[in-house]
Design a protein around this ligand. Structure first.
Ligand code: FCB
Length: 478
């Protein structure tokens, strides 16, 4: 398809393109203690004083567990043809091992059936950060056994839902699980041990590989298995060789550490060299890389903002970036020689600079990194301080502009040959934004946190029109 020539030319997507929205279990479900569910690391963390804004937690969240039927009806009304959600591991396997709780699986069966009945394609993420607390108590992701527990869980869910769900994602953003969870500690389980975070990264990779194999063994061959990475678009502050070296280091720690073994069966040599004072990587056992390097059917890319780095001035305290909260501990092990900078430009409510060129560059990079592998944007979106008007409507022109800009960037990448099959807006509705609690609203649907009433924002209407027509409406249209 040729690229649209001018902004006035309609921006049209391929006919089979998936127009989805994404959520995750802990952020929306609530029902934290119902039907046999036990605490995950996020229940424990959010109930620990000082860990989340206002001490907020996901006990009720937006009560999707009880309102899923209405939520699916709302998705259909908006016009979505796909929905990405995650499974709560401790709802299905409360101790993280052993037999499944059927009531937990039944919830997801009903949700999937509801989606299918409305013509909405489900995409299931097995792990969106909510490790059963019992597995953290046994050592968590730095412990090798956790990867084997994940494979067992993947098999259980694959057997239960593999007949009706075609699109599968093993892990969401393993970078966040490893480095926000075990190095900076701004996410559950809140540990601040850089050596353990690297071990966690390896065991997350192993979990992906073992989980992908377990899914394949449990499901019909037509199903698609992928992983969602939040690979960073790392840019140098200048062309100075020291700044370019900083880019390479962060590219290894953000990207190569995951896509290296997952896509190519090897960690970057430069990663070993950069981290040698912290770890000898002896937990990478013979055969692990082959287990991790499973053939995939697709790759999920999550993108919000680029990362701008330079060599750190040894005299100055290096600013640290992780995007999801602040900590005295860096999420970047062995990278005290790197400084992080704010990319110039307009920002969202998260403080994240809006830069659709980053999404284009990310897609083009992974088209080269994984030739022939279909790509999905499995998350992209923006938080704004949305408020209902006196008439009860929620106008969010900034979010429409954000989506428009980023979808144009996706379309440009397609025109340049990238095989992008779908886009999942983050998020369907306002929800529990991890360490920020309920204060950051990413939804295309507004949630009143007193009544839990849902109101589609104008961005939902705009996006729905794009989904129904396959063409981006002008930004001012809604
Ligand atoms: C991503 C997470 C998602 C949400 C968005 C804003 O990193 O996967 O759950 O927090 O950021």
């Amino acid at each position: 398809m040729p690229e649209p020539a001018t902004p006035a030319t309609p921006v049209t997507f391929p006919p089979a393109f998936l127009w989805g929205a994404a959520t995750s279990a802990y952020q929306i479900e609530g029902a934290a203690r119902e039907d046999g569910r036990t605490p995950s690391i996020w229940d424990t963390f959010s109930h620990t004083p000082g860990k989340t804004a206002g001490g907020e937690h996901g006990d009720i969240a937006v009560d999707h567990y009880h309102r899923y039927r209405d939520d699916v009806a709302m998705m259909a009304d908006i016009g979505l043809n796909a929905y990405r959600f995650s499974i709560s591991w401790s709802r299905v396997q409360p101790t993280g091992r052993g037999p499944a709780v059927q009531r937990g699986l039944d919830f997801y069966r009903k949700l999937v059936d509801e989606l299918l009945s409305k013509g909405i394609k489900p995409a299931v993420t097995l792990y969106h950060w909510d490790l059963p607390q019992e597995l953290e108590d046994a050592g968590g992701w730095p412990e090798r056994d956790t990867a084997y527990r994940f494979a067992e869980y993947a098999q259980i869910v694959g057997e239960a839902l593999g007949d009706r769900v075609e699109q599968w994602i093993t892990l969401n953003e393993p970078w966040c699980s490893a480095f926000l969870g075990y190095a900076s500690g701004v996410h559950a389980p809140g540990r601040t041990d850089p050596a353990a975070s690297l071990k966690a990264a390896h065991h997350l990779n192993l979990a992906h590989g073992l989980g992908a194999s377990a899914l394949r063994a449990a499901m019909p061959a037509r199903n698609s298995v992928a992983v969602s990475l939040n690979s960073s678009v790392v840019r140098p502050l200048s062309q100075d060789p020291a700044d370019l070296a900083a880019v390479r280091k962060i590219d290894d720690l953000a990207n190569g550490i995951f896509h290296g073994p997952i896509l190519h069966g090897a960690y970057p040599e430069s990663l070993f060299a950069a981290t040698e004072l912290l770890t000898d990587w002896s937990y990478v056992q013979d055969g692990d890389l082959a287990l991790i390097n499973q053939p995939l059917d697709a790759l999920g890319l999550n993108y919000y903002t680029p990362t701008l780095v330079s060599a750190a001035d040894p005299e100055a305290a290096a600013p640290r970036a992780d995007g999801h909260g602040s900590s005295d501990h860096s999420p970047w092990p062995a990278a005290d020689d790197v400084a992080f900078h704010q990319t110039p430009g307009e920002r969202t409510e998260m403080g994240w600079t809006i830069d659709p060129t980053g999404l284009h560059d990310l897609i083009m990079r992974y088209s080269r990194e994984a030739p022939g592998l279909p790509l999905y944007v499995t998350e992209n979106g923006a938080a704004y301080d949305d408020k209902p008007d006196p008439d009860g409507r929620v106008h969010d022109p900034e979010r429409i502009a954000y989506l428009h800009g980023h979808l144009r960037a996706v379309r440009r990448a397609i025109a340049e040959g990238a095989d992008v099959r779908g886009y999942f807006l983050w998020s369907l509705m306002d929800n529990f934004e991890w360490a920020y609690g309920y204060e950051k609203r990413f939804g295309a649907v507004y949630v009143d946190y007193t009544t839990l009433a849902r109101t589609p924002k104008s961005s939902a209407l705009w996006y729905g029109q794009a989904a129904r027509t396959g063409t981006l409406p002008p930004v001012a249209e809604i």
